[in-house]
Design a protein around this ligand. Structure first.
Ligand SMILES: NC(=O)c1ccc[n+]([C@@H]2O[C@H](COP(=O)([O-])OP(=O)(O)OC[C@H]3O[C@@H](n4cnc5c(N)ncnc54)[C@H](OP(=O)(O)O)[C@@H]3O)[C@@H](O)[C@H]2O)c1
Length: 295
């Protein structure tokens, strides 16, 4: 029997992949656009859940403009915390499970090792704080909620680092990329296929099942933004790859502070769900092939 999924968000990286891959899975997915469910209005979004009465709710919409969140803190908290909480409350009322996404930016990045789920959170930015508040709101409202903390999401569509680097590669300015921030790039396609492959399990699992709670999801391997840029160019442009200069985070001030090493340890998710997350380089090759820019 197919799992009835109600998805919030249609245009984002993860939302796009969920919609695209859904036909390959035993799911019946309805995705609501911003026009159909604007996160500015928590109660209107909750009402969509009550109307649809799905088996599983996937929250793929979010305020993801990290620097902008510093000056629009209230809006970021509404969209990333209050509305997800209201949606989760409505899901609980109709007996639906919930999947929501969070970020490595809930951590300060000074642990000196990859973060596990129980490590102390200490967001450095309004965005990170709003996502952390969203985790708490969803978990408090629904006892069958999975929070997938992820990092450095990339795909062939939307706005992301891979596409930005490919655009800059053609320019006449020398490239300088931050070399003291480390993390794990993650393909939106991998996140989406994980959620869809586990939809039935999540829809059926009782409260207290280990599939619920916070889990970390990221492609395998740690890299700096500079290393990531070099990999993009090596794969996409081969011998024509431009040189990549290094710049320190402190030399490039931005409104929001980022963790220097928010790297996520994904062992808990891999054990609980019986999956092995593939290397980010393999995932990157697939994205570049889709963009048809492999060297
Ligand atoms: N991107 C990353 O590197 C990254 C890293 C860690 C965690 N995450 C988390 O992963 C999840 C998915 O991220 P993503 O990269 O797929 O996001 P994204 O590509 O930036 O897309 C954000 C989505 O949210 C929608 N949205 C924004 N404001 C809205 C509102 N007021 N009402 C309804 N929809 C609204 C956008 O719709 P419009 O097109 O209408 O604006 C868009 O569909 C998010 O929870 C994010 O916090 C992302």
């Amino acid at each position: 029997m197919s799992v009835r999924i109600l998805q919030f968000g249609t245009t984002g990286q993860v939302a796009t992949e969920l919609v695209r891959q859904a036909p390959r899975h035993a799911v019946d997915l309805t995705a609501l656009s911003r026009a159909e469910a604007d996160f500015i209005d928590p109660q209107a979004c909750a009402a969509r859940v009550a109307e649809h009465r799905p088996d599983l709710v996937v929250i793929a919409a979010a305020f993801t403009a990290v620097d902008q969140a510093e000056s629009e803190r209230e809006l970021a908290f509404r969209i990333n915390a209050e509305t997800p909480g209201a949606i989760a409350h409505a899901a609980q009322a109709v007996g639906a499970a919930v999947v929501s996404f969070s970020t490595d930016y809930v951590f300060a990045g000074d642990k000196g090792a990859p973060y596990v789920e129980d490590d102390a959170t200490d967001p450095l930015s309004a965005y990170g704080a709003s996502k952390l508040a969203g985790e708490a709101a969803v978990l408090a409202a629904c006892d069958r909620a999975l929070i997938l903390r992820t990092s450095w999401v990339v795909s062939a569509h939307g706005r992301n680092f891979v596409k930005t680097m490919l655009r800059l590669a053609g320019g006449d300015q020398p490239l300088k990329v931050v070399d003291d921030q480390f993390g794990r790039p993650t393909a939106a396609a991998d996140l989406a296929s994980f959620v869809l492959a586990n939809a039935a399990r999540l829809a059926e699992a009782p409260a207290g099942d280990p599939v619920f709670g916070v889990h970390h999801f990221a492609n395998a391997g740690e890299v700096s933004w500079k290393g990531f840029a070099e990999a993009v160019f090596a794969d996409a442009l081969g011998p024509a790859a431009p040189p990549v200069g290094a710049i320190r985070t402190a030399e490039r001030p931005a409104p929001a502070q980022r963790p220097l090493r928010g790297t996520l340890d994904t062992g808990k998710l891999e054990r609980t769900f019986g999956v092995t997350l593939r290397p980010w380089r393999t995932a990157l090759s697939d994205i570049l092939a889709e963009l048809k820019v492999s060297a």
